[in-house]
Design a protein around this ligand. Structure first.
Ligand SMILES: [Zn+2]
Length: 159
């Protein structure tokens, strides 16, 4: 038997410690929680995505009475960016969540499906996507989506 360990580096910042650019992206994600359509979960998620050319895209989670029909904030913003600017790599995404009258204390993290979708963009553009996860206690900064999804399914075995 052999064993190996995969580790992930997470930096933990206060809002004040972030660069102005990163702080703006986080603030955009916080603002976007207001546009969430989440009458079922009451978990309002906002996301903001920065492209390599500096453009920002914004999204929020969109739910539906037929639950699987809805979509997370991360993929909402990512797919909008891909549809409108397919030639430009995404370089950073910020995520925030608001529930029970407040932003979450712990940084909120993307689900597995969103990680999978965004990771394929890293591969496609040969460009890591920095991930900024906001909570009132601080911001987790991860330098690539790959760090959040090791041993991903990358399609290389597809015929
Ligand atoms: Zn998701």
């Amino acid at each position: 038997m052999k064993e190996f360990i995969i580790s992930t580096q997470i930096q933990f910042f206060s809002l004040d410690e972030l660069s102005a650019e990163d702080r703006q992206l986080v603030e955009e994600a916080r603002q976007m929680t207001r546009t969430s359509y989440s009458p079922y979960s009451h978990f309002q998620v906002g996301a903001a995505l920065r492209l390599a050319d500096g453009r920002l895209f914004r999204g929020s989670n969109q739910e539906n009475a037929a639950f699987p029909t809805g979509l997370c904030a991360e993929r909402t913003v990512f797919f909008a960016a891909q549809a409108n600017a397919p030639e430009v790599a995404p370089v950073a995404i910020a995520i925030a969540a608001y529930t029970n009258g407040a932003f979450t204390e712990k940084p909120v993290s993307p689900c597995g499906s969103c990680r999978q979708a965004l990771l394929e963009a890293e591969t496609r553009y040969h460009q890591p996507i920095r991930v900024l996860l906001y909570g009132t206690e601080g911001v987790y900064v991860i330098q690539s989506m790959k760090a959040l999804l090791p041993l991903d399914f990358d399609g290389s075995e597809l015929a």
